[in-house]
Write a protein that binds this ligand. Structure first.
Ligand code: HEM
Ligand code: HEM
Length: 351
């Protein structure tokens, strides 16, 4: 793969990600704007229903008992849930997402990309096999679709109705909800397999303690030692592990109402689902940044499976030494001039 194609691929992935997230997040501003939160018109009959809700109207009951607690006609906790969702969840959730994007942008502007300290040699190491890569990209793409569709439901009403109108938004929301529901099981299965396959790489050890003490080589000078995964990557793994558990379990509680879940169960699950999803999405910005424009040479490992020797030595020296001892460092393919090694344009196939 030529350097130009790789670069185009990185930028297009980042572009899709940013565009698809900026749109729903922007809804936060509209949701909190004075025109949207303007006082609702009062209705004199509302007092009657307030009494029903507060339990003062003794004759008020419902005969529909499915999914609800007893014969309660108006369930106050539903109102609490709605206020929590449209209030703190949407407000702080939006702030957290915007703050994460701002911090990453500032970090990039101040720190720049982590470049290779030594030129590429063209010698490569196999880092991710085809199963690893397939699982990772199914999870990554699934996550992006779930995040965009989920955020569209959480914030989009306030943002998209003014843009598309009520009917346009209703049509979009229907598609977003269906996509969310269809992608979720595929995502959950791929995530589970990926977590099981990779768990052995992600237990913390003394090397990681030293890696954190040295600020991962970013906050302090010098490159701390690391094995196959460094401390930061292991932390991301555990975010994915626990974030995945919280979001997937709460998601299935909402998705499959076949276990006798009651309304309070749905309300709690919804808040857990959307709350953890927002935190997970904010954390994912950091991972995507480091895996793309943040670190030279990282993405090609997850795309082609192989990384250059210089990258391996710089970022994962202990793993590099292990691979060297096992003679697992592959020379450049014969007849193929490595653009990476020379810095020139590849003339593959040319005689
Ligand atoms: C196993 C995977 C998942 C399942 C089963 C699932 C299921 C659901 C369900 C049933 C809803 C309610 C949709 C509706 O109102 O009809 C929902 C909403 C949502 N989901 Fe998921 N989901 C999953 C994964 C994810 C992931 C990975 C994210 C983001 C990273 C996410 C973010 C959201 C958000 C933000 C909402 C909107 C909440 C709102 O409208 O307030 N979900 N999900
Ligand atoms: C466009 C989005 C993404 C890009 C460009 C990307 C890129 C990468 C790259 C380059 C690596 C390998 C790092 C290395 O070789 O040291 C990696 C590893 C990983 N990625 Fe992603 N990724 C993306 C999205 C995701 C998402 C959404 C998740 C999970 C929800 C995820 C979970 C992981 C995990 C668990 C690892 C391995 C970390 C470990 O085992 O310690 N990635 N990613």
């Amino acid at each position: 793969m030529t350097e130009t194609r790789k670069r185009a691929m990185r930028w297009s992935m980042l572009g899709v990600l940013l565009l698809s997230l900026i749109l729903p997040v922007g809804a936060y501003f509209i949701a909190t704007s004075p025109s949207v939160t303007a006082e609702e018109a009062t209705n004199p009959r509302a007092d009657y229903w307030r009494e029903v809700r507060s339990g003062q109207q003794e004759n008020a009951y419902t005969a529909v008992t499915e999914h609800s607690a007893g014969t309660v006609l108006i369930q106050s906790s539903g109102q609490n849930w709605r206020q929590l969702r449209n209030g703190p969840l949407a407000t702080y959730g939006g702030m957290i997402l915007i703050a994460a994007l701002v911090v990453i942008t500032l970090f990039y502007l101040l720190h720049g990309k982590v470049k290779l300290e030594h030129p590429r040699t063209g010698h490569t190491l196999l880092r991710w096999n085809s199963v690893d890569r397939l699982l990772h990209w199914v999870v990554a793409i699934g996550f992006i679709v779930l995040a965009v569709t989920g955020l569209s439901l959480l914030f989009g009403r306030a943002l998209l109705i003014p843009v598309f109108g009520k009917e346009g938004f209703a049509a979009y929301a229907q598609i977003a909800r269906d996509m969310h529901h269809w992608i979720a099981p595929v995502f959950a299965v791929a995530l589970l397999l990926m977590l099981v396959l990779w768990i052995r790489n992600n237990f913390f050890n003394q090397t990681d303690v030293r890696w954190f003490a040295a600020g991962g080589g970013i906050l302090k000078e010098g490159h701390p030692s690391a094995g196959f995964m460094n401390g930061g990557e292991k932390m991301w793994y555990w975010v994915v592990f626990f974030g995945g558990l919280a979001v997937c379990i709460s998601g299935f509680v909402l998705y499959l109402p076949i276990f006798g879940q009651t309304r309070p169960d749905f309300q709690l699950s919804h808040l857990v689902h959307a709350g953890f999803a927002v935190l997970w999405i904010a954390a994912s910005f950091g991972h995507v940044y480091i895996g793309t424009i943040g670190t030279e040479g990282a993405l090609e490992g997850m795309v082609t499976g192989h990384v250059d020797e210089s990258w391996a030595k710089q970022h994962h020296d202990l793993w590099y030494e292990e691979m060297q001892a096992k003679q697992q460092i592959h020379p450049p393919k014969e007849g193929k001039v490595s653009a990476e090694a020379t810095g020139d344009v590849v003339s593959s196939g040319a005689s």
